[in-house]
Ligand binder design. Structure first.
Ligand SMILES: [Zn+2]
Length: 97
């Protein structure tokens, strides 16, 4: 019974929330990934595409910069993204500004 009440409450909360503007801008995570060609780019993209919460991916082989945008409602952790990229590119690291 308590569970049912919770469910109704959370549904109402979601409806109220959707009428408000987003509280924070889309979160992005920037990585420096050593890549030499399109194959590298594809490998990195494949690893990121399957990550939960990833909405958009931008990869620039020239600058070795990878930017990942997450959905507003999913908590996307930088270390999770980095760990995924490291599967194909061991020398990947967080982008230092
Ligand atoms: Zn390559």
């Amino acid at each position: 019974m308590a569970r049912m009440t919770m469910h109704i409450l959370s549904r109402n909360a979601a409806r109220t929330h959707s009428m408000l503007p987003p509280l924070s801008p889309k979160k992005s995570i920037e990585l420096k990934v050593p890549m030499c060609c399109e194959v590298c780019e594809e490998n990195v993209r494949e690893e990121l595409t399957v990550l939960e919460g990833v909405k958009e991916i931008s990869i620039d082989v020239g600058t070795q910069k990878v930017i990942v945008w997450g959905h507003c409602d999913v908590r996307l952790e930088p270390y999770v993204v980095l760990r995924a990229v490291k599967k194909v590119k061991h020398r990947a690291e967080m982008w230092r500004k």
